[in-house]
Write a protein that binds this ligand. Structure first.
Ligand code: 26Q
Length: 815
């Protein structure tokens, strides 16, 4: 059952008052550094403060009810962002701590700015996992994260000559005050070796012999829920050599290099986070990561279960729900079976029932080519016993396949786990789960119709939709103090625990004094971002310009290219002097491209080259500016979302599973300029047609244009040499060469490759929609009304709502 918010006053139990806080803080400085507060650097002061809050949080963890059903959210990515500010808000002690710091002579905000932003995720999927953990704790659900403690997070991005340059992210450099190493709870994980069959008195069983033993060591991070009542746990695993397997012979013979090689091979497993989209499919090290955290996580769950409930494995799904974030933890199914059968003596069929009742799976991608597959030979040699469970379930799947269906062979080829020499992880995920969900209505429909269609025919009842959500406390509460204060002043602070209360703002949509205050808060946020951008890039933005924002990973389907072609068109038209006028606008981009994703990196270089030309052209640079904010991460995202006025969500229809920056921007009062894709459709449904700008091809149009011969990009070029054709020529005619050369590969993509992402096909509709939207900016009442209406309608997109749905429909926890 979900807990009650605010049941106890935890604020009082953390610190009696400001003086008590100061005293404990000073004491902390002495015990961590044997120095007084005054003698510490700000980084050290931040460390002590965080460690103090972490200790309080951990003490509260012990309070949980052992009979409560627990959820374990398995994800290879948790993009938590900095934690201190969020935890102070959740504990309700931000003001107290701020005052205490002031008395000690430091500004709390200055300390908060120094906090590390752990890059333990790529983007949407990893951030979603972190938002879900926040909501579980806020709702009183015992929801624990299970993930990987990468020694290096996602690369840090710098821009040199317009190009993305990747730097190592050594996030552990100064230590991480929130984590506790729990060596006593480590798990030995076995890779490789042989399966041996044993038989005695007619009973037979298998063991896996030999191979490499690796010690998985958990590091625990407390997850503080809003109200401070529930503190859950994020358990991140790190790989270390198991003593048993250290090459002692080599060590004793003085062959230290050989002895150490094993150590570094093992440590490599938790060394780096794999960037998506980079052709990393099929890398052995990735499979080792997937197995290590699955095997260790499951053992740790079963230990906990056994302690509380004994060996009553039939009851596992009454007390435990295991959720898999995409296919990366797909091994949970076969591995849990292996543990139950081999280690807990559960009968095969019972084990399969238990596993299916316990597991559930979320898909995050519609693109069939992005689905994870592993060559059987590699898979079997690394995980010989786990593989046998896939093989046996696959055999039974074939055996019981409904061959009376006319299309049975098609169905089988779409759904089998083992096919074409590969283990197909999406099939493993579906077959071992009782629930499969997509992350927006459109996405779930596409899963049913195409990506997982075969499974939908076989098991229609397993499919359900869970539209994504975001932590409104972090992305509005923490990120936007100016607007949050206005909201709280106007409708009270109930919205922090219940985001549906944001709807109360709609009463003020037409209130001139409220709209004026909203505009003042927005201006404040734009000034704050302009200062940051100036500091990071040297580009000065006038805060009275429209802030038009596209921030997300760089990927062809997200079409940052469409946005930059629009900017080139606007630039050309301003220079033509044929009477084109517009409200001054700053185009702001941010995001990383995977290291080996050449096309996406070229688009980044193009944006920076266009920025260089435009920002240095005195004829236009009072009217348009372009800024690329380097190193997009949770911390600078929190500066960008509040300042945005236009939210660019322009993926081709049917490509973006959901998107979540669309929600973060809407909540902060930006207008969406977007296609009918992912959750944009649901945003449109909620705000109404007059408060959003939708343009371009619909999903079915895209399907039609993709038919052979239906679309010919050269026609787009040849039919308009004045605007569109001219822009395409400018990619290679020297106009943009100043920074680091021309853009032949982008021109090739648009013409020779027939514009796979339909950038040219949507160009005119997009530019027209943008023009209409920016023209309405001059009517301040209409604009601010729409902006406030957007945040008033954004309550639905809180991850609290999403998690309530997961809890009720999938995890069977009433909430
Ligand atoms: C897979 C194999 C090997 C290496 C890396 C990967 C890998 C890693 C990360 C594959 C995919 C990802 C991340 C995917 C992702 O972020 N998807 C986004 O998920 C969001 C949350 O549901 C959605 O809002 C976005 O639409 C979706 O693109």
């Amino acid at each position: 059952m979900c807990g009650q918010l605010w049941e106890r006053d935890y604020m009082a139990s953390l610190f009696n008052d400001t003086q008590d806080f100061i005293q404990q803080y000073r004491q902390g400085c002495e015990s961590y550094y044997a120095r007084s507060f005054e003698d510490l650097t700000d980084t050290q002061r931040l460390y002590v403060l965080s460690a103090l809050i972490a200790k309080k949080a951990k003490a509260l963890q012990a309070d949980q009810d052992p009979q409560q059903k627990e959820v374990f959210y398995f994800s290879l990515e948790f993009l938590t962002g900095p934690l201190l500010d969020n935890y102070l808000l959740n504990f309700g002690i931000r003001d107290l701590v701020e005052n205490g710091c002031k008395e000690l002579g430091v500004d709390l905000d200055d300390l908060i700015k120094l906090e590390v932003d752990p890059g333990l995720g790529n983007g949407g999927l990893g951030r979603l996992a972190a938002c879900f953990m926040d909501s579980c704790a806020a709702l009183g659900i015992a929801g624990n994260g299970c993930g990987m403690r990468y020694h290096y997070g996602l690369f840090r991005q710098a821009i040199k000559d317009g190009r993305q340059v990747e730097l190592m992210d050594n996030w552990l450099e100064h230590g991480f005050p929130w984590e506790t190493r729990c060596i006593a709870e480590s798990v030995i994980v076995q890779f490789g070796g042989q399966v041996v069959r044993h038989e005695e008195n007619g009973r037979f069983w298998f063991t896996q012999e030999g191979g490499d033993l690796v010690r998985a060591v958990p590091y625990d991070v407390p997850l503080v829920g809003f109200g401070g009542k529930t503190v859950n746990n994020l358990r991140l695993w790190s790989a270390e050599p198991a003593e048993e397997n250290f090459n002692l012979a080599a060590f004793n013979n003085g062959n230290y290099a050989e002895a150490m090689r094993f150590r570094s091979d093992v440590e490599a497993i938790s060394q780096i986070l794999y960037p998506n989209d980079s052709g990393e499919h099929g890398r052995l090290l990735r499979l080792k990561q997937e197995y290590l955290f699955v095997c260790a996580g499951l053992h740790s769950i079963l230990r906990g279960f056994e302690k509380k409930h004994g060996c009553d494995w039939d009851k596992l799904s009454d007390f435990v729900a295991i959720h898999t974030n995409d296919t990366h933890p797909a091994l949970c199914g076969p591995e849990l079976m292996r543990i139950l059968v081999d280690e807990k003596n559960v009968e095969f069929d019972c084990a399969f029932e238990i596993v299916r009742n316990t597991l559930s799976y979320t898909n995050h991608t519609v693109m069939p080519e992005a689905l994870e597959c592993w060559p059987i030979s590699l898979f079997r040699s690394l995980l010989p016993r786990t593989y046998m469970f896939i093989e046996e379930i696959d055999r039974r799947f074939h055996d019981t396949f409904p061959r009376d269906k006319h299309n049975w062979h098609d169905l089988l080829s779409q759904t089998a786990m083992l096919w074409d020499g590969c283990v197909r992880m999406a099939s493993v995920s579906v077959i071992f789960s009782h629930s499969v969900n997509g992350v927006s209505e459109l996405h779930t429909q596409i899963l049913k119709d195409t990506t997982l269609h075969g499974f939908y025919e076989l098991y229609p009842d397993r499919f359900n939709n869970k539209t994504n959500g975001i932590s409104h406390r972090r992305f509005l509460g923490n990120a936007n103090p100016a607007y949050s204060a206005l909201i709280t002043k106007t409708i009270g602070n109930g919205w922090l625990s219940d985001a549906s209360e944001l709807a109360k703002l709609s009463v003020y949509e037409n209130d001139p004094s409220f709209l004026e205050d909203f505009e003042a808060a927005k201006l404040n946020d734009k000034q704050r971002l302009a200062r940051y951008i100036k500091e990071q890039t040297g580009v000065s933005l006038d805060p009275h310009m429209i802030f038009d924002v596209q921030v997300k990973r760089f990927h062809a389907y997200k079409r940052q290219l469409l946005n930059v072609l629009k900017i080139m068109d606007v630039y050309n038209r301003l220079l033509d002097g044929k009477g084109f006028t517009m409200h001054p606008t700053a185009f702001i981009f941010s995001g990383k491209a995977a290291q080996s994703y050449v096309f996406a990196k070229e688009v980044i270089r193009l944006i920076n080259s266009v920025a260089d030309v435009i920002n240095n052209d005195e004829r236009v640079n009072q009217i348009i500016k372009v800024a690329f904010v380097p190193n997009f991460a949770v911390s600078n995202a929190q500066l960008i979302y509040p300042a945005a006025e236009i939210s660019e969500q322009i993926s081709w229809a049917g490509s973006e599973a959901s998107g979540t920056s669309n929600m973060k921007l809407m909540m902060n009062g930006a207008w969406t300029l977007g296609t009918y894709d992912g959750a944009n459709i649901e945003i449109a449904k909620r705000v109404g047609d007059s408060n959003i700008k939708i343009f371009g091809l619909r999903e079915q149009d895209v399907v039609n244009l993709r038919q052979p011969g239906a679309y010919w990009a050269w026609d787009m070029y040849n039919n308009d040499r004045i605007r569109l054709g001219r822009i395409i020529d400018q990619l290679t005619d020297g106009t943009l060469n100043r920074l680091s050369g021309g853009f032949e590969s982008i021109r090739d993509e648009l013409l020779t490759n027939n514009d796979h992402d339909l950038v040219l096909a949507d160009f005119y509709a997009y530019v027209q929609a943008w023009e209409e939207l920016t023209r309405s900016y001059t009517n301040r009442h209409v604009w601010n009304h729409g902006a406030v209406h957007n945040s008033a309608c954004s309550g639905y997109f809180t991850s609290d709502r999403t998690i309530r749905e997961y809890a009720n429909d999938i995890w069977h926890i009433s909430c």
